[in-house]
Structure formats: structure tokens, C-alpha cells
Design a protein around this ligand. Structure first.
Ligand code: GLY
Length: 342
């Protein structure tokens, strides 16, 4: 097992190891001796929810659970308010806890409910997708969507514990696993040539536990230096400006991971001396590196992105594998950059 300690405003551990799901009762009992509400979704619940609930009960906890529809539509004001009402109906207190069992949507929704109910109660993240294990479950970003855009309402609320069990990835549909690979490649491109070389050598057969631990350690380092996302943490948005534009132009038919893969490829071709290697690793993972949308359509969609501030835009520039920087460009230059990376 690997343990990564995150020394954020609320210090916590991210535990990564096969079989860890079976330890949730003992782990949760270190955080609360009262009640837990497990939040899951309709894909994950049939696979793992009863095992988790039983394990928690064996540790003497009072357990209830709720399952939301799988997919981004559950990150809505409606499901958020339903969750708050359920927490209130069950009379959870600040010494109780929420457990998020699922991918990024469940983690964000349950995390935001935990962040705001009673001005904040503990949340334990149990990510079941690769993307959630290497990125969204760590670092305390929680959010729901508004009709105007994704993640427009949220809070920083660090979890009390993150448990990653790579065995949960065995039930993940291949496409969803590949989506997570896009974030793994992104992490390697940003911070870690050795990790990049490992991915190049092993492709989809990479060492899951070691790679997840390595990505989490990189994320920990960034989050500890810039917990509230005012500077360096924005590096984690590599490929996301164009990626979000592709998601939006496709009306979210293109998944986040695939959109980020294209965004990363475009930024690499525009800026990186290792562009060919980056594009070839993304392809090795079965991820797209091109899009049907035109540079003009992408620039137009990207300029409505919430991360734009005034007349400039923060762009993550991959210089070479293992080295990236943040560059503020005038919004008018975005189209030129996208064209350069096409
Ligand atoms: N997923 C990007 C971040 O946590 O900052």
C-alpha cells in the first residue's frame, strides 16, 4: 500500500492499495463514531455499495445511503438540495461524515454538500474511476454546475481521508478508464519524465498502484503550495481550456478525458519540444489528438470559460516533458495558439 500525506489546511492521507475498499469500516471509525451517509451513483452502487455499507455497520457506525443517476446531470442544484435535505432529515451533525463512493461527479456533489451542510462536515472520498483517483478526489475542490456552466458553484473542502482501491478499476468500462489515462498523461507531461517513459513503455499495462500514487504525490505537491488555486495549481488545467471548449461544442457528447487529450495535444503541438512523443503516447492510450471543431469554434467557446479574467487568459504551456509554465495571453491571441497546435 502507498500512503500520500497531504499537508493542506486540513491534513489528511490518501491511501492507495488493492483491497482497501474492505477496510472502509475501520478507516471511517477513526473519523467518526456516529453516522455516515454514503453517496454513490447508479453505476457504482450495484457493484460496491452493499459491501461498503456492511463493512461500515460492522464497525459500529449508523449508515444510510443514497444513489444518484450516473453522469454530469447529477451535479445540479436539484440533487445538491436533495442531498442537503437528506443530511438534515437523518440529523447528521458535524461529528458525523459523508462518504463519496464513485467517480468525479459523486465526489464533487457529495463533497460540496459536506462542505456546506452545517458550514462543513467531514467527507471521505472513495474514488472508483481512474480520473477521480489521480485528480478530482484529491485537493478539496468540490462543485456543482449551473445552466450557465460547469463547476460554477463550489467550495474548497479538503477530505478527511481518500481511499483508492485499484481493484475497483477492473469493473470500469474501457472508455472511462481511458478518460482517466488522459489525466495521467497530463500529469506526466507537466511534472515527470520518468512517469512519461513508464507510460510509453507499458501503455495500458502500466503499474496501476504505482502510477496512481505518483500522480497523487504530484497533485499533493501542487495543492500544498497553492491550495486555493491562485497560481501554480492552474498548471493542472493543461489542455483544459481547449478541452472544455470541445466538451461545450459537442454538447458534452465528447467526454472530459477525451476532450482534455485533444486539448493537451493542441497545446503540445503549439509549444512543446516533445510534441511528437506526447501525441504518440495519447494515441497509444486510444485517446484522440484531433477534433472535428474548427479553431474559430473552439476559440469562441473557450472565451466564455470562467477562468478567463478580463482581457487576458491563463494558458498552461507544456515546454517539454516534465516542465510547464503558466502564460497570460491577450484573449485575441488564443485563436493563433489553437491554429498553431492544430
Ligand atoms: N482538477 C484540478 C485541480 O484540482 O486543481
Amino acid at each position: 500500500m502507498n500512503t500520500v500525506c497531504v499537508d493542506a489546511s486540513r491534513p489528511y492521507e490518501v491511501k492507495i492499495g488493492r483491497g482497501l475498499l474492505a477496510t472502509i469500516g475501520a478507516e471511517a471509525a477513526q473519523i467518526t463514531d456516529g453516522q455516515v451517509l454514503v453517496v454513490s451513483d447508479e453505476n457504482v452502487a450495484p457493484l460496491y455499495l452493499s459491501q461498503v455499507v456492511e463493512n461500515l455497520r460492522k464497525s459500529g457506525l449508523t449508515v444510510s445511503s443514497v444513489s444518484v443517476p450516473a453522469g454530469e446531470s447529477s451535479k445540479s442544484v436539484e440533487y445538491y438540495v436533495n442531498l442537503l435535505n437528506l443530511l438534515a432529515a437523518k440529523r447528521l451533525t458535524r461529528s458525523d461524515a459523508v462518504i463519496a463512493l464513485g467517480g468525479g461527479v459523486v465526489g464533487d456533489l457529495a463533497g460540496f454538500a459536506a462542505a456546506t451542510y452545517l458550514r462543513g462536515i467531514p467527507v471521505i472520498q472513495i474514488p472508483t474511476t481512474l480520473l477521480a483517483m489521480v485528480d478530482s478526489s484529491v485537493g478539496g475542490k468540490t462543485a456543482i454546475d449551473l445552466p450557465a456552466g460547469k463547476n460554477l458553484v463550489g467550495a474548497f473542502h479538503q477530505p478527511s481521508l481518500v481511499l483508492c482501491d485499484p481493484d475497483a478499476l477492473s469493473t470500469l468500462p474501457q472508455d472511462v478508464f481511458r478518460d482517466g489515462c488522459a489525466e495521467v498523461v497530463k500529469t506526466a507531461v507537466l511534472f515527470d519524465r520518468d512517469l512519461f517513459d513508464h507510460l510509453r513503455e507499458y501503455g495500458m499495462d502500466f503499474d496501476r498502484e504505482a502510477v496512481i500514487a505518483r500522480c497523487v504525490a504530484h497533485k499533493r505537491d501542487v495543492v500544498c503550495r497553492d491550495e486555493f488555486d491562485t497560481g501554480e495549481r492552474q498548471l493542472l488545467n493543461l489542455g483544459h481550456t481547449v478541452g472544455h471548449a470541445i466538451e461545450k461544442c459537442s454538447n458534452f457528447a465528447v467526454s472530459h478525458g477525451r476532450a482534455v487529450a485533444v486539448g493537451t495535444a493542441i497545446m503540445a503541438r503549439a509549444f512543446s519540444e516533445d510534441a511528437d512523443a506526447i501525441v504518440s503516447v495519447l494515441r497509444e492510450f486510444g485517446l484522440p489528438t484531433e477534433t472535428e471543431f474548427s479553431p474559430e469554434e473552439l476559440a469562441h467557446a473557450a472565451l466564455a470559460d470562467k477562468k478567463r479574467s478580463g482581457d487576458t487568459l491563463a494558458l498552461v504551456v507544456p515546454e517539454r516533458v516534465g516542465r510547464a509554465s503558466i502564460k497570460r495571453i491577450p484573449v485575441g491571441e488564443l485563436l493563433t495558439v489553437i491554429k498553431a497546435g492544430f
